[in-house]
Design a protein around this ligand. Structure first.
Ligand code: NAG
Ligand code: NAG
Ligand code: NAG
Ligand code: NAG
Ligand code: NAG
Ligand code: NAG
Ligand code: NAG
Ligand code: NAG
Ligand code: NAG
Ligand code: NAG
Length: 748
């Protein structure tokens, strides 16, 4: 196709100054890969001489099956370049770009093409530029690895496209630009820029009067060096009305709202558990330290099959019932390095009758069960255990094909030999649904009695060999199973028509009498919001941001099946989840002294700003409403929105506070606002999350002292990065939090 414009769209927008002076390096121009480059693709039909869509003489046509790739390798690692350019045509193909270092087995983030352009079409080439100094999705630099491989990997539905003019670029020049300018706190403008802008062009006008700027501070976020933010101090305070900012060629305007009156009480109501700031499977010691993670869980579906005498596992129906080496190595070593990094640990003890016997077997081979709904796309031979009509494959495979027996003696042998002792243990994971998740291992539905027996048997062993450990159970997956079992309501009926969790708590209380010691320290549940936010459109985002009310609000009717279906349990007000107050009340009624933990929960949107705001709100709620421990599912990206929520409260040694302070606020609307206060003694911390997508919020906090404050924030027009500075608060009578932004303020 001739006559196509090849002006490179500047997709990566943040500033870099150019790297070493070096010529660009062609990887593909016409007919064949450039000298030195090899084709390491898999599962794809690739033609290097396609002419039906091309620039110059030819292009590469690629047709990749699910998760397969066009993958280009150069045995001589390429030196530090500024970026990668290529032209692509297709129906917005679902491909992701990964830059790899095959020697170290390290790689960049998985960069979806959609993070670089959302307008790739079949009738033209779109020029893409990936800036190595600001790699999507989070704008983190690629770094200096010995990069030698460039992979374009298709998603689950495959991808067909033409790609041309693949080139490593030595210099990216970015024009100076003011990207955002937002009002913040009492008298600040937070301004993000790219390139070398002139701050003297910034003019601020509030209600027709211009406001002078008195000083400015520029900071560069720790892991996004391409994102700079400059805080301009205004000569007078922000106030309700029309704020207009012009800067360079750009202009920004805001309607600043009337203030909401708020008061922070000075007497703490209760202490905030340190252990609410946890995650499942942190990725490294620095992850724990950077984000201030306080507890880390080894858990999830695959650990049910974890064999500690070989470090094998099996994720059940999450991945074709295949054995594999444990992704996280040995649990003992894991507890060791996680503890050394400063985090408490929550280790899951398998409690079914089997664990994986090796790293290679699988339960539903095509050779034995040819008629299955799906097979692992990577090997084509291990099936998903379902007939094409969706029912479970029969006969149930012999468990010893894949598993080896497991019981309390083996658990005792394992736990007593641990070099590194966990802080908490959980008795398995969501075993109430084992006949689904692990249908091959435990095909019969689990009832009340069996689940109780397993918890009691394995907890007894844990307490015997790890005298200091605390036990968490039953790690139930969701609302439905809090109240009944997989057997169904006949099981409730057989247990005096008692809902499962209250029945379980009562039984564990009576077991304490028999055992002479508590066998349950934490009532542990998993909590996944039931509202459907998968559309991720404006309505879904607003729903996501207000559904945190299901954690605490005794009037919030769940906006999901829970709020509309006939609730098949005997809970009071069963359309209102009010998870934390409900469970604390049940505990106090049935088995006082038991703590409450949530060992899996999720914002439902790990890569969306709204997921980050939900996480900030939730961590505030866990402190305010007294959760004793909580671990996010699962290892959220350190530099993504969820990681930033943890950083906001805890990052790099900062602590929100150990005592919860009450906040009273006029006309408080929890659908659009979250506000949390704490102290560790004399100094006050405040977290505010503005859930409104377009309007700033303004607070008059009568009881907040003036003086120096440490300020952190993320979101809004500034985007996702670890922005922080120190400010002088001269008045707390009008504090602005921009739209879709979370702010942390701490007295210095
Ligand atoms: C292809 O791109 C060129 C240059 O941008 C433009 O003039 C032309 O209209 C485009 N063709 C189609 C079919 O979109
Ligand atoms: C890609 O290959 C599949 C078969 O694997 C075929 O059905 C499909 O039509 C091909 N797509 C294109 C655009 O060539
Ligand atoms: C990468 O290398 C360049 C030049 O060799 C150096 O200036 C830079 O600090 C390095 N960056 C990192 C992240 O190591
Ligand atoms: C203003 O616009 C011109 C022309 O579009 C551009 O070259 C320049 O970089 C812009 N400057 C700023 C500060 O935005
Ligand atoms: C902010 O910094 C720039 C660049 O250092 C300077 O030119 C400008 O005068 C400063 N503005 C104020 C208000 O201090
Ligand atoms: C599903 O398919 C299997 C195997 O063909 C068959 O035995 C079973 O009865 C079917 N189940 C339903 C519900 O149709
Ligand atoms: C557990 O299994 C081992 C090995 O099969 C066996 O020796 C032991 O007796 C079993 N223990 C219990 C409590 O069943
Ligand atoms: C629990 O332990 C008892 C006593 O050893 C045993 O009889 C029972 O089968 C065990 N229950 C389960 C579900 O493993
Ligand atoms: C059964 O439930 C009723 C009503 O909740 C209660 O009064 C009674 O004590 C229970 N019986 C047993 C055996 O737990
Ligand atoms: C149910 O919730 C309402 C408020 O929505 C409350 O007034 C009532 O006391 C609750 N009932 C029970 C049994 O908790």
């Amino acid at each position: 196709m001739s006559g196509v414009s090849r002006v490179k769209a500047l997709v990566a927008i943040f500033a870099i100054t150019s790297v070493a002076v070096r010529a660009d390096e062609a990887v593909y121009t016409d007919n064949a890969l450039a000298s030195g480059w090899q084709d390491w693709s898999w599962g794809s039909t690739i033609v290097y001489t396609a002419t039906d869509m091309k620039e110059g003489i030819s292009s590469i046509s690629v047709n990749s099956t699910a998760y397969s790739a066009l993958s280009l390798y150069d045995p001589t690692p390429f030196p530090t370049y500024a970026g990668l350019a290529f032209d692509i045509s297709g129906a917005q193909p679902d491909v992701s770009i990964i830059i790899q270092d095959t020697a170290d087995n390290t790689q960049s983030a998985t960069i979806p093409l959609s993070a670089l352009s959302n307008s790739v079409t079949t009738n033209n080439f779109t020029s893409i530029l990936l800036n190595f100094n600001s790699v999507p999705p989070n704008g983190v630099p690629l770094g200096n690895g010995t990069w030698d491989r460039i992979t374009f990997q298709a998603g689950g539905n495959g991808a067909a496209y033409y790609i041309d003019n693949i080139e490593l670029i030595s210099t990216i020049t970015i024009a100076p630009e003011f990207l955002s300018a937002e009002p913040l706190a009492n008298n600040l403008l937070a301004v993000t820029t790219s390139g070398d802008v002139d701050f003297s062009t910034v003019k601020v006008n509030l209600n027709g009067k211009s406001i002078h700027l008195t000083s400015n501070t520029t900071t560069v976020p720790v892991d996004n060096p391409s994102k700079t933010i400059t805080y301009l101090t205004l000569a007078s305070s922000l106030a309700p009305g029309n704020l207009a900012i012009t800067a360079g060629n750009s202009s920004f305007s805001f309607v600043l709202p009337a203030k909401l009156d708020a008061t922070i009480g000075h007497s703490a109501t209760h202490s905030i558990s340190e252990r609410i700031y946890g995650v499942n499977f942190p990725t490294s010691a620095s992850y724990i330290q950077d984000l201030g993670v306080t507890i880390s869980r080894w858990g999830g579906n695959a650990v049910t099959a974890y064999n500690p005498f070989g470090d094998f596992t099996n994720a059940g129906n999450d991945w074709y019932f295949e054995n594999r080496d444990s992704d996280d190595g040995s649990a003992d070593d894991w507890v060791g390095w996680v503890s050394a990094a400063g985090s408490d640990t929550l280790l899951t003890i398998p409690a079914l009758d089997w664990v994986s016997k090796d790293a290679t077997s699988y339960s539903y081979p095509a050779s034995i069960y040819p008629d299955q709904e799906a097979f692992d796309p990577y090997n084509g031979v291990s099936g998903d255990g379902l007939f094409p009509n969706g029912s479970y494959v029969t006969p149930v495979p012999d468990q010893s094909n894949v598993y080896t027996p497991w019981n309390t003696s083996l658990a005792k042998q394992w736990l007593s030999g641990l070099v590194n002792k966990p802080t908490l243990v959980a008795i398995d994971n969501e075993i109430e649904i084992a006949s689904n998740t692990h249908q091959d291992m435990h095909p019969d539905p689990m009832g009340y009695d069996e689940e109780l027996a397993r918890v009691v048997n394995f907890s007894t062993v844990a307490k015997e060999v790890l005298p200091d450990v605390e036990v968490a159970a039953p790690s139930t997956c969701s609302w439905w199973y809090y109240w009944t079992s997989e057997i169904g309501f006949s099981d409730n009926a057989a247990h005096n028509n008692t809902d499962f969790i209250p029945w379980f708590l009562a039984q564990m209380k009576s077991q304490e009498k028999t055992a002479g010691t508590r066998l349950l320290d934490f009532l542990d549940l998993h909590y996944y919001f039931q509202a459907d936010t998968s559309a991720n459109d404006d309505a879904a985002k607003a729903l996501r941001l207000r559904m945190t009310r299901s954690f605490w609000d005794t009037t919030y009717v769940d906006e999901s099946w829970i709020g509309t279906d006939t609730p098949q349990n005997t809970q009071p007000n069963a359309t209102i989840v009010q998870l934390i107050p409900r469970m604390r009340k049940l505990i106090s009624q049935v088995y006082p002294g038991t703590k409450f933990s949530i060992s899996e929960w999720s914002s439902t949107a790990d890569t969306d700003i709204t997921g980050g705001l939900v996480t900030v709100d939730s961590l505030g709620i866990f402190g305010k409403y007294q959760v004793d421990s909580a671990t996010y599912w699962s290892d959220p990206d350190e530099t993504g929105p969820i990681g930033l929520a943890y950083w906001l409260y805890r990052g790099y040694g900062v602590q929100f506070g150990s005592l919860s302070l009450p906040v009273n606020i006029d006309k408080f609307n929890p659908d659009t606002l979250g506000i949390y206060a704490a102290t560790s003694g004399s100094k006050v911390s405040l977290v505010v999350v503005n859930k409104d997508p377009s309007s700033p919020v303004a607070l008059a906090v009568s009881s907040l002292p003036t003086g120096k404050y440490f300020l952190r924030h993320f979101g809004g027009q500034a985007g996702v990065a670890k922005f922080q500075t120190t400010i002088s608060l001269t008045s707390a009578s009008y504090l602005v939090v921009p739209a879709y932004t979370a702010v942390f303020l701490q007295q210095k």
